[in-house]
Design a protein around this ligand. Structure first.
Ligand code: IVH
Length: 669
């Protein structure tokens, strides 16, 4: 093989693997195999500098920093979008469109997510990426080719056939919520200031003079329109443009859909809004565009925005509000976390009045004080977070938030972790009611004893009335004691006692989880149960044995060991066992996937937590067969809201029915 052939082979292979990984989301080789090929290419290119190629995958890694950006005049201005936020406004827009188009042929539309990132323009000449620019003021932007090349979903050259000689592709560069979180965590670990939000981070990343900085940012791109093209290619609809893009290896959002009329547009908007939290990236709404390019041209453009497109905005994911106070909450292990109490504000579709602050470092880094005007963010299913303070602190009036010295609940002096970050109350649980409450909540939670009907309020009541000061006390409650409590009658007392009685027999892994040992979550509890088979073996295990368990490292082993070395815990365990709790020791893993083996299931009604399809997949993954009609052979019917005739039939035939919640509990998923 000649050097030219070898270079071409390596470049083609690397471009292809890159495309599979970053555009199709289905990697074909491992990261290390990719790196190996890349190293081979770099070595060969170093030996043959004359064989340099603009679109070699090796050019993704930067180059020397620029001193300033080159100005780029956009051949066609990069426009903004008209906005609306109500269905009426959207309806008015589509009526205006349809009224303006005199031709009888009906227009259709394309709906897309409005990605909350930063606009980019890419020019491909003969299929090779040869220019990239920011939007700038719409008329003139900055040349950022080296930065654009670091974005792995941006193809360095187009694949397939039929692309025009020259093509300007426009799209949005963004960062996934999770990638952003990981990136910020890394910055914090290095004591660097975290980036504000994914959009700011994306915008800032594109405008780096040194592309090796951009390279480190987890940027991605979705292409959403064509700027212009020259040469053979004449699509007649916007949808065709995007389909061609896709076929040439350009990343196009999977939520792009064709719709016929306003009604379908509204359905799309609602579906997208529901899915918004699960997308994994920020969107601030949807964009509706007239699909036919001829109609777009007829409709034309006002100064800065086209008549043929409109952005429909959803509730903002960031909002300004006021920090009223910071409270310190004690967790079940005694860890004390600052929680921001906020003036309630509508953000990301819900009203938020609390935000966790993680630790005091975060409070200090943000410079929080009572009365601070803060920017709050709630995006995806991430917990609300304060991004920054926007007003300056007036020294005389506003006090900064200080570290508490004692536990807010029991006043025991707080212990700090070695790095001074985690604050902890080390009082025993029966001396600290906040800690006790959290511990009992954990003990009775779904994955532990699953004591239904024992909510937070009842636990508080049981602690306050001194009926419960340790888990064993749940099992010694009496009807007469409960009946004396506010809100309890004969029936409710009876129900609670029956529920507690029913849950006395428990699997070993649930029992271990219920103890609330630090660092021991559900998965670790299962590994421990599997390895030690009974509680006594676990209690006696030394560090070496603990360390040998799957999933258990030295820190976890240490926590388990010190838990069982504490005489208070041993006493608590002894009381628990003498109160009638029976642990069914797990000798072998029952293997979840066989739980519903041989059973025949039917699904009816609208499910809340998941789609029919995913419910079916879950049931099948546990070994059940899912069929469409209820018969005498049906094992069970899963019912959602507004179930139809299948539910009635199940009742007639005496087939068991189960709700979504009950199913999740039963499968323990
Ligand atoms: S179309 C003339 N489609 O929103 C049409 N824009 O407010 C121009 N954006 O600068 C844009 N997602 O950066 C279009 N699916 C999408 C979009 C989108 C995000 C951004 C774009 C533009 C801004 C306009």
């Amino acid at each position: 093989m000649t050097v030219d052939e070898k270079l071409a082979d390596l470049r083609t292979a690397l471009n292809r693997y890159n495309y599979c990984y970053h555009v199709l989301d289905s990697p074909e080789i491992t990261d290390s195999a990719y790196d190996e090929l890349m190293n081979e290419l770099l070595a060969l290119e170093k030996l043959h500098p004359d064989k340099f190629s603009e679109d070699s995958p090796s050019s993704r890694v930067g180059g020397s920093p620029l001193s300033k950006f080159e100005k780029i005049v956009h051949k066609i201005p990069m426009l903004s979008l008209d906005k609306c936020s109500t269905e009426q406004q959207l309806k008015a827009w589509s009526s205006r469109i349809e009224g303006r188009l005199i031709s009888k042929s009906k227009v259709s539309y394309v709906c897309e997510p409005k990605i909350d990132g930063v606009a980019i323009s890419l020019i491909y000449k003969e299929g090779v990426l040869s220019q990239a620019a920011t939007r700038g003021n719409g008329a003139e932007g900055e040349g950022i080719l080296a930065n654009a090349k670091t974005i792995r979903s941006v193809p360095l050259h187009l694949i397939g056939t039929g692309f025009p000689r020259e093509l300007e592709v426009r799209g949005e560069v963004y960062i996934n919520q999770n990638d952003f979180k990981i990136y910020n965590e890394k910055l914090l670990e290095q004591n660097l200031e975290p980036l504000l939000n994914p959009r700011n981070a994306a915008a800032g990343s594109l405008r780096q003079l040194d592309a090796s900085v951009t390279l480190k940012r987890p940027l991605k791109m979705f292409c959403y329109s064509m700027g212009w093209s020259s040469g053979e290619w004449s699509p007649s609809t916007h949808y065709q443009v995007l389909e061609s893009f896709r076929s040439w290896g350009l990343p196009v959002n999977p939520w792009v859909e064709r719709v016929l009329d306003l009604e379908e547009m509204l359905t799309y908007l609602h579906r997208l809004e529901i899915a918004r939290d699960q997308l994994g990236y920020d969107i601030d709404g949807a964009v509706a565009k007239v699909n036919e390019l001829g109609a777009q041209e007829k409709l034309g453009t006002l100064t800065r925005r086209p008549r043929w497109a409109i952005a429909y905005k959803y509730a903002a994911q960031e909002a300004e509000t006021v920090l009223l106070d910071v409270e310190f909450q004690v967790g079940r292990t005694g860890a004390i976390t600052p929680v921001a109490k906020l003036e309630p504000v509508f953000v990301g579709g819900v009203t938020v009045s609390n935000a966790t602050l993680h630790n005091m470092d975060e409070v200090e880094r943000l410079g929080l004080f009572k009365g601070a005007e803060v920017i709050l963010r709630r995006a995806g299913d991430v917990i609300p977070q304060i991004l920054k303070v926007v007003n300056p602190r007036l020294e005389s009036q506003q006090k900064i938030i200080e570290r508490p010295r004692v536990c807010p609940s029991c006043r025991t002096p707080i212990k700090l972790s070695i790095d001074n970050v985690v604050m902890r109350c080390e009082a025993p649980a029966n001396d600290c009611s906040a800690k006790l409450k959290e511990m009992l909540k954990h003990f009775s939670s779904r994955l532990a004893f699953n004591l239904e009907g024992l909510g937070e309020k009842i636990i508080e009541l049981l602690i306050a009335s001194r009926l419960v000061s340790e888990p064993a006390d749940f099992f010694n409650l009496t009807k007469s004691a409960l009946e004396g409590l506010p809100g309890f009658g004969e029936k409710s007392a009876q129900n609670l006692l029956e529920e507690i009685e029913k849950k006395k027999k428990i699997d070993l892994h649930r029992f271990i989880y219920a103890l609330g040992i630090r660092e021991v979550g559900e998965a670790t509890s299962k590994s421990l149960a599997k390895s030690f088979c009974d509680l006594e073996n676990l209690r006696k295990a030394n560090l070496e044995l603990l360390n040998a368990v799957d999933d258990v490292g030295p820190i976890v082993a240490d926590q388990i060991h010190s838990y069982f070395s504490d005489p208070m815990n041993i006493l608590m365990l002894r009381n628990l066992l003498s109160s009638g709790v029976i642990i069914s020791s797990l000798t072998e893993d029952p293997g979840k996937s066989d739980l519903l083996r041989g059973e025949s299931w039917v699904i009816t009604g609208t499910l809340q937590g998941f789609s029919r399809d995913s419910a079916k997949k879950i049931l099948e993954s546990f070994g059940a067969t899912v069929v469409s009609n209820v018969s005498g052979k049906t094992t069970c019917v899963l019912v959602g809201e507004a179930p139809g005739s299948k539910y009635k039939k199940a009742q007639e035939l005496g087939v068991s029915v189960i709700t979504e919640d009950e199913l999740l509990r039963r499968l323990d998923v």
